[in-house]
Each structure stands twice: as C-alpha cells, then as structure tokens.
Design a binder for this molecule. Structure first.
Ligand SMILES: CC(=O)SCCNC(=O)CCNC(=O)[C@H](O)C(C)(C)COP(=O)(O)OP(=O)(O)OC[C@H]1O[C@@H](n2cnc3c(N)ncnc32)[C@H](O)[C@@H]1OP(=O)(O)O
Ligand SMILES: O=C([O-])CC(=O)C(=O)O
Length: 370
C-alpha cells in the first residue's frame, strides 16, 4: 500500500452535483459562466439541492421558507454574546453553527424531508449568525433578518443596519453563485466523511466550516487581503512580491489542486473588482491585484484562484476582511448540504487506509526502565 499525498488525483466519490472537466466548472451540468451572469444565488441553491432549476412558484416557496427560517433562537444569540470579542470569526462560526443543532427539534431526524428542511434552515441562518457576531463584537445590537429580500441583500442589511445599494447586492449575489459548490474540495469532503458515519447534517456542516477556515482553502481570501493591506500601494507590489517569490513563499490566492490553466471563477471576480473600483472612484486595490497577477503568473505560471479577486471585491463592498471566509461559508453551505443529502442517498462509510511508515517490532519497556 502506497499513500498518495494529499489524495491528489484520487476519485473518492461519485457525484452529480458539480463537475470540473477540462477546466470548465458546472453545477448540475450548467456552466458556471452562464449561471454567474443569469442566475440568483437562491436559484443556484435550489439547483444544487434538487438537481433542477426552480419554476417561479418553487423559487417563491424557497424564498418564503428562507425568510421564515432566517431568525435564530434567542439562546443562540445569547451564546454569541459570551464569545471573546477578539475571537476568530471562523472559530465563532464553527461554534455557533454547532449550537444551532441544540435548538432545532428535528436535528436528529434523519428523514430526507427533515434533512432538506435543515439544509434550508442552515442556508437561511448562516447570514443571520455571522451578521449578529460581527455586530455584537463591536458593541452593537444584532439586526433581525428582513422578509421578502434575498440572502445577499439580507446579509448586507443585517451587517450594517442600512438598506444596501442595488449594485452591492448584485455583486455579492454573483460572488455567492460563484462560490456555491466545487466538487470534492476539502471542506465538502470533510462534510461527506462526517455524515457517512450517519452523523447529522449539523455535524457535517460544522466539520466543513473547520476545513474551510484554513488558509490553503477558504481562509485564503482573508489572507489575500492581509497581503494587499501589507503592500498598500501599487508601487510597493513589485518589491514585496519579488521578495516573497525569491524566498519561495506562497502567494495567497494563487494556484489550485485541480485547475492548472486558471480558475474559471476568477475572471468574473476580476471583472467585478474592476467595476467596483470604477464605481468607488478608487482603482488602487484592483490595480495592485492585476500587478500581483502579472508578476506571479509571469514568473511562476500560477493563476489566480477564486479567493484572489474576491478579496478586493469584498473590501470595496465595505466588508471587514475577517468576514470574507464566513461569506464563503454562506455560499458554500448550499453545496455542503447538497453533498450531504447526496451522501445519505447512497451511503457507505468513508474509511480509507494508511500506509504505515512507523517503527516495527517494538517491545514494551516498563516505565521505570525507560
Ligand atoms: C477556495 C480554495 O480553496 S482555492 C485555494 C486557496 N488557497 C490558496 O490560495 C493558498 C495558496 N495556494 C496553495 O497553497 C496551493 O496552490 C494549493 C493549496 C491551492 C494547492 O496545493 P497543491 O495542489 O498541493 O499544490 P502544491 O502546494 O504542491 O504546489 C505545487 C508547486 O507550486 C507551488 N505553489 C503552489 N501554490 C503556490 C502559491 N500560491 N505561491 C507560490 N508557489 C505556489 C508550490 O510551492 C509547489 O512548488 P514546488 O513543486 O517547487 O515545491
Ligand atoms: O476545489 C478546491 O480544492 C478548492 C476550491 O477551489 C473551492 O473549494 O472552491
């Protein structure tokens, strides 16, 4: 038995949810390029869960259900008030999502109907708890979710207490569409491994959030913004990046396990970054990002991934950088839960083997003689 480090190239599940074939990403067979231009995030979530685009009445019903479930139990918010104010936002999200299960009377109901309802609840409640966390740590009161608006609108409203501009809603909605699912990425795999033991959907999503947090995965979007903040000016891009490349340091937001010729989502986010810069009358972050891309792609052949341009986009939408990865989770919970539902449909415990490389033939030595 020989291990494949990082499971590179190993096909570990059959799935009909999303595919990456020859660098083209599809959700249920629909090209992400078309969905990014035409679909709302709620339509995409429905597509991931049900395998088809919703009719008008199906979408209306989903939106009504999302509105109904968006408020969370007051005890969950009371719990958030107890978190240290400087707590890591993804650690807070991991904890609060785990706690949602405690207040859901059907948390342990493993029927498909209950699991679909729980998927919708998680989708509806993640924006509420993230916005509540962000406000509470600043000494502000959480804002209750609004009915009759989409997830992107509601999140920006709950975060700021103000009606968001339509352009901001559209930009965030498109970003949510672009992040919704991605085949067997690390966090989705973590979710599937967890529920394949027949644990519940809340456990699966909590595992997934833990996996998304790391900077080699979803945490890279925040790390990109830390880098942009460090660089600060267009003039400083070249010395800063050159120094990192010379020291063989990783440049966050570049490279991908599957895409070697570029991530098809990045171009949409690059365009969004340019448009937001033009609208704000401030091209600094966009120009810095393009210059970083020129250097990193020119010298290393590495292309930007989904996390690279999302950092400048979210900052231009006025979102604090430590909420970038939680926003990724707001989107990806649609994919995680679709994969959990798919895993339950034809479940088998996920239990690979390890190649043993440790010592052999050891004999026990009594503690007094060691
Ligand atoms: C939503 C997402 O999860 S997208 C990915 C988000 N993560 C990041 O942006 C973090 C930066 N990127 C990376 O760390 C990697 O490219 C990953 C984790 C995305 C993919 O990792 P792997 O498939 O294991 O690639 P691996 O790390 O082996 O890289 C292969 C080679 O490219 C180099 N490389 C890969 N990414 C980068 C990078 N961002 N900057 C500099 N060099 C890089 C590696 O150092 C390695 O070089 P070597 O062969 O000389 O040792
Ligand atoms: O697929 C991956 O390895 C990481 C990624 O791009 C994603 O999860 O969107």
């Amino acid at each position: 038995m020989t291990a494949t480090k990082g499971l590179e190239g190993i096909v570990a599940a059959a799935s009909s949810i999303s595919s990456i074939i020859d660098g083209v990403l599809t959700y249920r067979g629909y090209d992400i390029d078309e969905l990014a231009e035409k679909a709302s995030f709620e339509e995409v979530a429905y597509l991931l869960w049900h395998g088809k685009l919703p009719t008008r009445s199906e979408l209306d019903a989903l939106n009504a259900q999302l509105g109904e479930y968006a408020a969370v139990a007051s005890d969950v918010i009371a719990g958030v008030r107890l978190y240290p104010k400087d707590t890591n936002s993804m650690a807070a999200l991991r904890t609060v999502v785990s706690s949602l299960a405690l207040y859901d009377p059907e948390a342990g109901d493993m029927s498909r109907e209950a699991n679909i309802r729980k998927a919708v609840k998680l989708q509806a409640q993640l924006p509420t708890v993230i916005a509540a966390f962000a406000r509470i740590r600043q000494g502000q009161e959480p804002i209750a979710p609004k009915k009759g608006v989409g997830i992107a609108h509601n999140f920006l409203y709950m975060l700021t207490g103000e009606e968001p501009a339509e352009v901001a809603v559209q930009a965030l909605d498109k970003a949510l569409v672009l992040h919704a699912d991605h085949e067997l990425n690390a966090s989705t795999f973590a979710a599937r491994v967890t529920v394949a033991t027949l644990s519940d959907i809340y456990s699966g999503v909590t595992s997934a959030i833990g996996a998304l947090k790391g900077p080699l995965h979803g945490g890279a979007n925040e790390a990109v913004m830390v880098m942009l903040d460090d660089i600060a000016t267009v003039a400083n891009v070249e010395p800063y990046i050159q120094n990192k490349l010379n020291n063989k340091e990783k440049i966050m937001g570049f490279g991908h396990r599957v895409y070697k010729n570029g991530d098809p989502r990045a171009k949409h986010l690059q365009m969004m970054s340019r448009q937001l810069g033009e609208l704000n009358g401030d091209m600094r972050l966009y120009e810095m990002s393009v210059k970083i891309e020129d250097l990193v792609t020119g010298q290393k052949g590495l292309k930007p991934n989904v996390d690279f341009y999302s950092a400048s986009c979210y900052t231009m939408l006025g979102i604090p950088r430590d909420l970038f990865t939680p926003i990724f989770a707001i989107s990806r919970v649609s994919g995680w839960t679709a994969h959990i539902l798919e895993q339950f449909e034809d479940n088998r415990l996920i239990r690979p083997r390890a190649e043993y490389v440790g010592p052999v033939n050891q004999r026990y030595v009594p503690i007094a003689q060691r």
